[in-house]
Design a protein around this ligand. Structure first.
Ligand SMILES: Cc1cc2nc3c(=O)[nH]c(=O)nc-3n(C[C@H](O)[C@H](O)[C@H](O)COP(=O)(O)OP(=O)(O)OC[C@H]3O[C@@H](n4cnc5c(N)ncnc54)[C@H](O)[C@@H]3O)c2cc1C
Length: 398
């Protein structure tokens, strides 16, 4: 690995994770980031149990229990008809511990970890094009000298300059969402250790969340599939206002104050992921579309894709083959781990947009341990199928 030079575009979770694992393997890594840390990233800030497991693997296991993180060990969900579902995150899901950490903190810790492992970080560098030939990759930057490397990893989120330069298609509108979030302070939540999800009848198919942060703060947001948003002609910031004014959410935010602006961003769905390896190039994280279509969570997939990329690059080095075929170990890994869950959750979106069905699922889950367990797996993005028992119990209404 020592003679290999890998250029990584984007120092979010995907880029920093890949940089850490590759530098640990002895590669020379240059991490190019258009912003300077600490920087904000529009997100719900929710770190799932698998995210915490990845942080542990990256040597950041202490972060989720530090003063910078709010501990989470349960899910609190409200259906459109007012059915409440409260469930402790099962310990079989990576110990059942989750967390909420602002991306300003999380991403800085991750990038510092990559630098500590030996990666070189270049901040304030915007990559605006790449060219590949038989000998390597040339990255053009808006300011400064172009960079030559053996391989490039596109970790530049969505939309991705690297994705476009590699000729991968854009995400269709129905294979992605837009979401907005705002921060609140002086919040007194009824469930301060829960990821809280709200499906408000008049806002469907949008759904909203309230995630607790340390020091009485919370991340409040709302998302909707892009094609449905187009069709509704609604504006997400206005929908977020409505969401916050709805009685159940207003009760949670009573006495709280919004700080900063409402900000939004695109989320590309994993159900469209299919173009991820090219000659001398890989796409990771949001640039590849590794986002759970049902929940919008993507940090865990970004981090894990970094580990998969490092393993696949090691195989390509051993074989002396940096073609798409030589890098195919990457697709093999992420497809085994994510693909089925992405497709299942994409199909389940249909059910989560129907108020009567969602009410029924929640009601059934309240009565049935097995349905509740399966629902936890689905929401955590760990389920690969739903059982006939689940379907039968929901059909019977519990
Ligand atoms: C509103 C919202 C809420 C969300 N909530 C959650 C949640 O609660 N939990 C969860 O797990 N996921 C959530 N997600 C998804 C999550 O934010 C992403 O899946 C995750 O950030 C993907 O990480 P990444 O490293 O692939 O990309 P990013 O985090 O987007 O990082 C990309 C990096 O590349 C840099 N960059 C971009 N272009 C260039 C360029 N041309 N040159 C150099 N640098 C460049 C950017 O500045 C950035 O630092 C949410 C997303 C949104 C929009």
């Amino acid at each position: 690995m020592t003679s290999l030079h890998v250029a990584i575009v984007g120092a979010g979770p995907a880029g920093s994770s890949a940089a850490t694992f590759l530098a640990q393997q002895g590669a020379r890594v240059t991490l190019l980031e258009r912003n300077r840390f600490p920087r904000d990233k529009i997100c719900g800030d929710g770190c799932t149990p698998r995210t915490l497991w990845m942080l542990e693997r990256l040597g950041l296991g202490a972060l989720p229990t530090s003063a910078d993180a709010a501990p989470v060990d349960s899910v609190y969900a409200l259906s459109p008809g007012g059915v409440v579902l409260e469930e402790t995150i099962p310990s079989r899901l990576f110990g059942g511990k989750a967390s909420v950490i602002t991306r300003q903190v999380l991403d800085e810790r991750l990038v510092r970890r990559a630098v500590q492992a030996g990666a070189e970080l270049r901040e304030g560098v915007l990559v605006d094009g790449i060219e590949r030939d038989a000998h390597g990759v040339l990255l053009r930057c808006r300011e400064g000298e172009p960079l030559r490397a053996d391989l490039v990893l596109g970790c530049d989120g969505s939309p991705s300059v690297v994705r476009r330069a590699l000729g991968a298609p854009d995400f269709p509108r129905h294979e992605g969402a837009f979401a907005v979030r705002a921060y609140y302070e002086n919040v007194r939540l009824s469930h301060p250790r829960s990821f809280a999800f709200f499906w408000e009848k008049e806002l469907l198919p949008a759904y909203g969340w309230i995630f607790p942060l340390p020091d009485g703060r919370a991340n409040v947001g709302l998302g909707m599939r892009a094609d449905q948003l187009d069709a509704s002609e609604a504006k997400l910031p206005a929908l977020l206002e409505k969401f916050c004014a709805s009685p159940r959410v207003a009760a949670e935010l009573a006495g709280a104050r919004r700080v900063g602006k409402v900000k939004g961003h695109h989320l590309p769905y994993g159900s469209f992921s299919q173009h991820t390896q090219f000659d001398r190039a890989l796409l990771l994280g949001d640039a590849a579309g590794f986002v759970n279509p049902l929940t919008g969570e993507g940090i865990e997939f970004a981090l894990e894709s970094g580990a998969f990329a490092a393993e696949a690059v090691a195989e390509a080095v051993a074989a002396g083959d940096f073609s798409a075929r030589g890098l195919s170990g990457y697709a093999r890994r992420w497809e085994t781990r994510f693909r089925t869950a992405f497709h299942l959750n994409r199909r389940l979106m249909w059910a989560f947009e129907r108020p009567w069905l969602l009410d029924r699922v929640f009601r059934t889950a309240n009565r049935s341990t097995s349905v509740r367990g399966e629902l936890s797996d689905i929401l955590a993005g760990e389920a690969t199928h739903i059982s006939w028992r689940f379907v039968a119990e929901v059909a019977r209404g519990g």
